[in-house]
Design a protein around this ligand. Structure first.
Ligand code: FNR
Length: 366
């Protein structure tokens, strides 16, 4: 279909399911075990309802905000996903271009299928370097990790996101039924198992021994803001704040890791009151990802206290279907939905969103 017929981000998934090679679809869409967390990530948003206010002047609505001290055009970002080339020949580079033109931040995966430097170059629009973050999987070769962190900082990344929910990669059985073609841009060692899908082939890149003690060392390598991605309970958010990191992403990796991990938006509702009570809510920014497909989902997370939200699969599907234009269209649809629904909610600025606009009874006290 012509891109103008794409009316919401679900449409990108429908189109991608038609056009993607089976291996790419299996890798992108699959989640761990019985995929309960995958579905729960969406379902949790469907249990939260709004308390809109009427007769507010909403002729001007501003959805711009900031993340890690940088201005951004809207309160969402493109989360790190590996292997964008499985779906589109321009891979992460067309995502970088689309994101840059929309002033939306792109998080670049350690396991991206295009070269890091090329993805950074793709985010330079009319001579201006836009905003990107580097997502780090800590490798058992710590010298490699050091090089990656220093290079990311030297190349102008605005944040370092360390993913911690994948000490080994979850079983994504639809993906495991496929063999992995090693020609998509990620360099594999000889002993990597390519007979059981992409996740398995990539799993040796991650060091399962990485722990809190090693975090200090990474903090010593860089002046970039550090965000821990994949935090799943309030105890760990507090610990992260005590370690002096600048942020956390509440995430279960889009349901691809521990099945029956909770929906991050529900964890968010539990975390924010505790952070406030401990006066840590000004010390650490809380992000959330997983299952976000609508402007209303984004608004709900913000009302609960998130600084911003990430989307993964949506941008893989949009990029696979239409490349850079698809990425731009996905950003525009989400921006329009956020603005439109803030108007209906009676709120004109992101910072004014708060819990009084929500009915959260069905996600609390469960
Ligand atoms: C991911 N995700 C991910 N996260 C990360 O830190 N590094 C990575 O390389 C990847 N790779 C990856 C590949 C694919 C195909 C998917 C679907 C996801 C997780 C990603 O950043 C994010 O947490 C989830 O995608 C959010 O869920 P939604 O938006 O896909 O529902």
């Amino acid at each position: 279909p012509h891109i103008s017929q794409v009316l919401n981000v679900h449409d990108f998934e429908t189109i991608a399911r038609e056009i993607l090679p089976p291996k790419a679809l299996a890798y992108y869409s699959s989640a761990a075990d019985d995929e309960v967390s995958l579905r729960e990530n969406h379902n949790a948003y469907h249990r939260i309802f709004f308390n809109p206010r009427i007769l507010v002047d909403v002729s001007e609505v501003d959805i711009s905000t900031s993340m890690l001290g940088q201005d951004t055009s809207a309160p969402f970002y493109i989360s790190a996903t590996a292997l964008a080339k499985l779906g589109h020949e321009d891979g992460e580079i067309s995502i970088a271009r689309g994101a840059g033109k929309e002033n939306i931040t792109q998080m670049i995966s350690t396991l991206a299928s295009c070269s890091f430097d090329d993805i950074v170059a793709g985010n330079v629009i009319n001579g201006e370097q836009k905003s990107q973050w580097y997502q780090l999987y800590v490798n058992s070769d710590r010298a490699l990790t050091e090089t990656q962190v220093k290079h990311a900082e030297a190349k102008g990344m605005k944040g370092l996101f360390i993913t911690v929910d994948a000490p080994s990669l979850g079983r994504r059985e639809r993906d495991m039924k496929m063999t992995f073609d090693a020609d998509v841009g990620v360099e594999l060692d000889e002993d990597n198992d390519t007979t059981q899908g992409a996740s398995k082939a990539l799993s040796s890149f991650i060091d399962p021994s990485f722990s809190w003690a090693d975090l200090k060392h990474i903090q010593s390598l860089t002046t970039l803001p550090i965000v821990i991605k994949g935090v799943q309970c309030k105890e760990d958010v507090i610990k992260a704040a005590e370690y002096g990191v600048q942020g956390v992403v509440l995430s279960n990796h889009g349901g691809r890791q521990l099945d029956f991990s909770r929906a991050p938006v529900e964890v968010l509702a539990e975390v924010m009151p505790v952070l406030k009570e401990k006066k840590l809510d000004d010390k650490i920014e809380v992000y959330v990802d997983g299952g976000i497909r609508r402007g209303t989902d984004i608004i709900k997370a913000l009302c609960l206290g998130a600084k911003g939200v990430g989307l993964g699969r949506v941008f893989l599907y949009a990029n696979s279907a239409y490349g850079e234009q698809g990425v731009r269209r996905a950003c525009q649809l989400l921006k329009d939905e956020v603005a439109m629904n803030m108007r209906l909610l009676g709120v004109t600025k992101i910072e004014d969103l708060n819990e009084s606009y929500l009915d959260t009874r069905s996600i609390m006290n469960r």
